[in-house]
Design a protein around this ligand. Sequence first.
Ligand SMILES: Cc1ncc(COP(=O)(O)O)c(C=O)c1O
Length: 128
Amino acid sequence: MRGDEAYRAGAGASRLVVGNHPLYERAEAALKQWKKAEAALIFNSGYTANIGVLTALIGRDDLVFSDEWNHASLIDGIRLSKAACFRYRHNDIDQLESLLKQSPPATPSGRRPSLRERRAFAFPSPPR
Ligand SMILES: Cc1ncc(COP(=O)(O)O)c(C=O)c1O
């Protein structure tokens, strides 16, 4: 049997639209084993990976410190997460440190978590 008959390859749509397929799971299992990771998940682009991962990890009670040069996918992922985002000048560690030292602002949900329970994420941008 030909591959396209066995797997019904052809014009279709993404996993998001047409659903899961055992081949995705086989590929993810192989990746997981290769990278010796707990799990693997394939996204169809870096953009969708950043959107998916950031919205899963970060929520409205979180604070994010983001380099102003960060990729659009990080900026959009942070926006969709509804976390409070503080931008600092590219690679300006002094400005980042000063933002981190300021008294903790309220998160978008209005909650003021204590410093101990606060989750903060910093996204530096790689040098260009
Ligand atoms: C940090 C970072 N995230 C995401 C992307 C987007 O990747 P893709 O073009 O696969 O959507 C890029 C592309 O250069 C990137 O540099």
